[in-house]
Design a protein around this ligand. Structure first.
Ligand code: PMP
Length: 399
């Protein structure tokens, strides 16, 4: 049977059956009704995009380096940008280890192509970033969720599942979807255990700069550089439309990732790379990123205050993220976030149900109760109204 209703001339590869529409994208379609206050999206606040700085940089790049900026370029990336990336990381990195990618999402795809065979075991946190599950799935791995708590993966469960795994994928800082971060002690113990088990770590850190009160502990890659492959992004500190990210690979792995990158898109846009390098030259990020932190912190505080005020006595539980864009909540017993969503949208507010972020539901039998709330795209007034509307929906559903 042909589930895609394609004309019979076309035969799909086996891996295509593992490609599914992102559950989130599908859910977002429902939430994109006019007038709905959305805590559902995963988008940075457009008010933080440095439009003027890019206008000036684009003019300058075209003036000074136009033909080269518009020509094909090296797959590794623009040298000045690779140097800036290496210099900005808190452990010694050679610019030759840096591969500029078309968003860190491409980094996830390249990692899967280079490291995963059909049937390979891949370990992820519970829950984890849905886009990573989507990038890994076509390689037909066995994806196993490692039991996780508010400090990250639990080491006893990791030890039990590590046998033969190609890597552990994790987000140490202000995780998508939960907003949680790994404690310093957990990082130290995990780096030690990974070295003992010879378990490679793929460390994805797009939110690490978006801390509110204090910088998070150094990444695992800083403790254990030979055993880690690090993914970074410019999406949250500059703008996602640039589609620029990077990976830092141990030298032995770099050539294969580079070859996969060549096959995928030859190189990431040279014009964008030059503009980003131009914008970030000097102390731009030192001035710009604190403004993003302050904005997101004030929006997180508004959401926490609204939750305290509106949810009193309703049995909703939530965490207090120290950075990033997301807050994770758990509905009262008996409620299902996916079932509640249409009623919430009807009442003018949207969120993302948490269940799709679980690699396999077995790690948390109550995954259906979870939901993700983004606090960065709605204004404070919208946050107040949206949380009040959500409280009314929960009150009605429980009453
Ligand atoms: N990793 C995580 C955890 C993310 O949340 C995202 C974006 N939502 C990405 C990677 C991809 O980001 P980009 O491709 O824009 O760098």
């Amino acid at each position: 049977m042909n589930p895609y209703d394609l004309p019979s001339t076309w035969v799909l590869a086996r891996r295509a059956s593992r490609m599914n529409p992102s559950a989130i994208r599908e859910i977002l379609k429902v939430t994109e009704r006019p007038g709905v206050i959305s805590f559902a999206g995963g988008l940075p606040s457009p008010s933080t995009f440095p439009v003027d700085a890019f206008a000036a940089a684009s003019a300058r790049v075209l003036q000074e380096d136009g033909p080269a900026a518009l020509q094909y370029a090296a797959s590794e990336g623009f040298p000045a940008l690779r140097q800036q990336v290496a210099a900005g990381l808190p452990w010694p990195v050679d610019p030759d280890q840096v591969l500029i990618t078309t968003g860190s999402q491409q980094g996830l795809d390249l990692v899967a192509k280079v490291l995963v065979d059909a049937g390979s075991r891949v370990l992820v946190e519970t829950p984890t970033y849905l886009g990573a599950l989507q990038a890994f799935a076509p390689m037909e791995p066995e994806i196993l969720g490692v039991r996780s708590d508010y400090e990250g993966v639990q080491l006893d469960d990791l030890r039990a599942k590590a046998e033969g795994a190609r890597f552990l994928y994790l987000l140490p800082n202000f995780q998508n979807p939960t907003g949680r971060s790994m404690s310093e002690a957990r990082r130290a113990a995990l780096a030690e255990l990974a070295a003992e088990l010879r378990l490679p770590i793929v460390e994805d850190n797009p939110y690490g700069e978006l801390w509110f009160d204090r910088a998070p502990p150094p990444p695992l890659s800083a403790r254990h550089p030979d055993g880690c492959l690090y993914l970074g992004s410019f999406s949250k500190v500059l703008a996602p439309g640039l589609r620029l990210g990077f990976l830092v690979a141990p030298p032995a792995l770099y050539p294969k990732l580079l070859q996969a990158k060549q096959a995928a898109d030859l190189h990431s846009p040279g014009f964008n790379q030059r503009m980003a390098a131009q914008v970030m030259a000097g102390d731009f990020l030192q001035r710009h990123v604190p403004r993003i932190r302050a904005l997101y912190r004030s929006q997180r505080d508004a959401m926490l205050a609204a939750l305290e005020r509106e949810m009193a006595g309703l049995g909703l539980q939530w965490n207090v993220p120290d950075g990033g864009m997301f807050l994770w909540a758990r509905l009262p017993h008996g409620l299902d976030a996916l079932e509640l969503l249409p009623r919430a949208v009807e009442a003018g507010v949207a969120f993302v149900p948490g269940a799709p972020f679980y690699a396999d539901g077995s790690e948390d039998p109550e995954a259906q109760r979870t939901l993700r709330l983004s606090f960065v795209t709605a204004s404070v007034a919208e946050i107040d109204r949206g949380i009040a509307a959500l409280a009314a929906v929960i009150r009605q559903a429980t009453g």
